[in-house]
Design a protein around this ligand. Structure first.
Ligand SMILES: [Zn+2]
Length: 230
């Protein structure tokens, strides 16, 4: 059930139950409404009902940020049509993968899955998808390319002090951890992305990750603690 984390920030609990549960977030900065990630192609509760529980309709959403192309984060995008007609942001290398401009190896466990997924679940044809690059800034957000889980995985920091971390990290027992091998392209690259991110991301308060319970304060310290453990 949708939960308000702080003023203007909502956790939307999508998917089903673990491990098929994933987090999306709604950020209302007083002018614009941003949805970060969108759950599975089918969710229970649904994306629409979670938005409604937070007090919003699909037509209120101005933009969607996707941390990466995995079905538990992008699958719900098609459910926002036709009311949502704003831009969608996703890391450039993941967009290249979806569009077939980059071909992951069929012999790689996740690459083989993505080759199938991009055929069955492409981005909706009439959606304006914008490829995001490292360091890009827009509408109060800064993008950080953090590959490893996916080639184009991207963290978005909002200037209000919220870091949308996607599947760069997960939460377990109030600590941050890194995703498992089975669900990732390259776990060593994830470690390097975590270490690289703590060196360059400005301090933030809320750590909003794709799986687990968001860390509501001192999120930056939690990320530093993880980097020290790696
Ligand atoms: Zn995920």
């Amino acid at each position: 059930m949708a939960e308000q984390l702080r003023e203007g920030l909502w956790l939307l609990e999508l998917g089903f139950v673990a491990p098929l549960a994933s987090n999306a977030y709604l950020l209302d900065d007083g002018g614009d409404v941003t949805l970060v990630d969108s759950g599975l192609p089918r969710n229970w509760p649904t994306l629409r009902s979670e938005l409604a529980a937070a007090g919003y309709e699909v037509g209120d959403v101005d933009r969607v940020l996707l941390t990466h192309y995995d079905l538990d984060h992008v699958g719900g995008l098609a459910r926002l049509r036709p009311e949502f007609d704003g831009p969608v942001y996703v890391g450039r290398d993941d967009l290249r993968l979806v569009h077939g401009e980059d071909d992951p190896s069929v012999f790689h466990h996740k690459g083989a899955f993505h080759r199938l997924a991009r055929v069955l679940f492409p981005f909706p044809a009439d959606v304006d998808v914008h490829p995001v690059t490292d360091g890009e800034t827009f509408d109060g957000f800064t993008a950080f390319h953090t590959p490893g889980h996916n080639p184009g995985h991207t963290v978005y920091l909002h200037e209000s002090g919220v870091a949308f971390l996607g599947d760069l990290v997960w939460e377990e027992d109030a600590e941050l951890t890194t995703p498992i091998w089975f669900d990732s392209y390259d776990v060593r690259e994830i470690d390097e992305s975590v270490k690289g991110l703590v060196d360059r991301i400005p301090p933030f308060e809320v750590a909003a990750m794709g799986h687990g319970d968001p860390i509501r304060s001192r999120g930056h310290a939690a990320l530093l603690a993880l980097a020290d453990r790696l």
